[in-house]
Design a protein around this ligand. Structure first.
Ligand code: MLC
Ligand code: AMP
Length: 507
């Protein structure tokens, strides 16, 4: 009996090979990964975590956090990572919705989260960044260090759940995307193969590990290929520049590439050891693609994915990587372009909503059968909400979004969630939140506010109101006061009018 994901990821592995070089100078071999994930698996078992239980984590990036993910997979639990920027108010929703049997947070946040966990009836443990095994990195680390390394990995079938990742929605209520062992394994296999990953690769890992991109695409592809990583806990241009000469591949959001291009040290010589730069999670501007090639001689490989579907398309490894496109559907993935209203397939070359089907596509949202059936067609295609077309050469172009979504530095921000918070404030009559071009994050959040009758403008008060409720990356970077919101004859707020009016906010 096998554990689909764990056995799949570790099938080609030579235990002596290096898995990761860490910021604190430590090295992790593949054997260390088996041992430490085994220790955590024993610890979780002692804590009575059962197969199928959710384990929610909101912990700083570290290799041990990856080991905890692997431990969850090995005991058959469902890993539920949360953005480290979420406030206790946001975390509370996830704990109540997912009902995990354990919540692991940063030791530094224990006090702030104790009440949240106890209100949700969830056991709280901690895991921080390891400091050379000397300083306690939290209760999980303390217990983990004492636990045995041997652990008999629990069998799991391809359709069993491996993870739940929450994604916000247009209604402002987050949905837990359930991901199976096979969703994750099949996608890693497709990517490792398409992008020619081998044991010789050294991936420069600087993405957060609470999202699909850093956790599944970057980490699973490395593990599956028996490759190694230079594992950096944050994205820092200086550290990236130091590590590039020892690396062969980098995966990033477009902000990584624009920030690197802003640095004159980033040039052809620096990247002479590199073979691959991958971009995704947000649109890469064609001008970034062109400037990157002129500076380095490399063409960035852009791909397209979603939390619910893992990766759907990729530009080719060999062959033309075309700026402004996200390439072809991955092997095994079917993609079609349909009319958003009727669901009828559009003629080739015309714009419609992108729909996908394949082993990469999730089975549904956690405890939301209606939402799930709304977003799937009867024949099993998932409606992405992204608008696009397929050109004559089979390249997919994303031309917009049917969903009211802002993507800022690779993070999804749903305007509705911010509007709901702003509208709660006593000085606000109504609000409309939009995304406009931002030089660093691609899109930046602007909040247009109509004040309540007799209320005085109080931006500072409004900002601190938002602060306690929403993660920092969601905070509007500009507030504007309007006498009224522009509306069409049906009374719907014309966000396009606002986007045009405030287009130059961050240029
Ligand atoms: C940080 N801030 C952001 C932000 N990141 N604001 C908006 N959007 C963001 N993405 C805030 C900070 O809180 C801070 O606020 C201010 O902006 C400046 O922060 P910074 O120090 O410049 O940011 P930094 O820590 O360097 O982070 C930028 C970043 C990071 C680009 C490195 O956002 C990042 O790692 N993004 C990657 C996201 C990702 O992995 N997405 C994948 C999703 S999966 P203040 O108020 O304190 O000044 C997915 C599927 C797929 O989409 O296809 O992959
Ligand atoms: P998330 O829900 O965080 O997984 O974000 C998924 C969304 O990111 C997709 O639905 C797209 O809108 C967007 N996205 C991902 N990759 C790309 C890309 N290469 N180009 C444009 N948009 C992208």
């Amino acid at each position: 009996m096998t554990n689909t994901l764990f056995d799949g990821l570790f099938s080609h592995t030579d235990p002596k090979r290096q898995l990761a070089k860490l910021e604190d100078g430590r090295y992790y071999s593949y054997q260390d990964a088996v041992d430490v994930s085994g220790r955590f698996a024993n610890t979780l078992t002692t804590m009575k975590v059962q197969p199928g239980d959710r384990v929610a984590v909101q912990i700083p990036k570290s290799i041990e956090a990856i080991m905890l993910y692997l431990a969850c997979v090995r005991i058959g639990a469902v890993f539920l990572p949360l953005n480290t920027a979420y406030t206790p108010a946001e975390v509370s929703y996830f704990l109540n919705d997912a009902e995990p049997s354990l919540f692991i947070c940063d030791p530094a946040n224990r006090k702030a989260l104790e009440e949240t966990a106890s209100d949700a009836g969830v056991r709280l443990e901690t895991l921080g960044v390891w400091k050379n095994h000397e300083i306690s990195a939290g209760t999980m680390a303390d217990s983990g260090l004492e636990a045995p390394t041997e652990f008999e990995t629990v069998p799991r079938q391809p359709d069993d759940l491996a993870a739940i990742l929450y994604t916000s929605g247009t209604t402002g209520r987050s949905k837990g995307a359930m991901l199976t062992h096979d969703n994750l394994l099949s996608n890693s296999k497709a990517l490792a193969d398409l992008w020619r990953f081998t044991k010789e690769d050294v991936l420069l890992h600087a993405l957060p590990i609470f999202h699909t991109h850093g956790l599944f695409v970057a980490t699973n592809v490395t593990l599956l290929s028996g490759a190694s990583m230079i594992f950096q806990n944050t994205f820092d241009v200086d550290k990236i520049i130091d590590a590039l000469p020892q690396s062969t591949a980098l995966m990033g959001v477009p902000t990584f590439y624009t920030r690197l291009l802003d640095d004159t040290r980033f040039n052809r010589d620096l990247v002479s050891h590199m073979r691959l730069f991958v971009s995704g999670s947000a649109p890469l501007l064609a001008e970034t693609h062109v400037e990157f090639e002129a500076r380095t001689g490399h063409r960035i490989l852009e791909r397209y994915g979603m939390t619910e579907t893992n990766m759907n398309t990729s530009n080719p490894y060999e062959g033309d990587r075309i700026a402004g496109t996200v390439g072809h559907p991955l092997p095994g993935v079917s993609l079609r372009v349909c009319c958003a209203e009727t669901g009828v397939e559009m003629p080739q070359g015309e714009i419609g909503v992108l729909e996908v089907k394949g082993p990469n596509v999730f089975p549904g949202y956690w405890r939301m059968p209606e939402k799930t059936s709304e977003e799937f067609r009867d024949d099993g295609f998932f409606i992405t909400g992204d608008l696009g077309l397929v050109d004559g050469k089979g390249y997919v172009h994303i031309v917009g979004r049917g969903k009211d979504l802002i993507i800022s530095g690779g993070y999804n921000i749903y305007p509705k969630e911010i509007e709901l918070v702003l509208d709660e404030h006593e000085s606000v009559k109504e609000s409309a939140v939009i995304g406009v071009p931002h030089h660093d994050f691609g899109e930046g959040v602007v909040a247009a506010i109509v004040l309540a009758e007799n209320a005085a403008a109080d931006e500072t008060g409004l900002k601190s109101f938002v602060e306690s409720r929403l993660a920092r990356f969601k905070h509007p970077k500009r507030y504007v006061e309007l006498a009224e919101l522009p509306r069409n004859t049906m009374g719907k707020v014309q966000k396009n009018v606002l986007r045009e009016k405030f287009a130059d906010s961050f240029s």
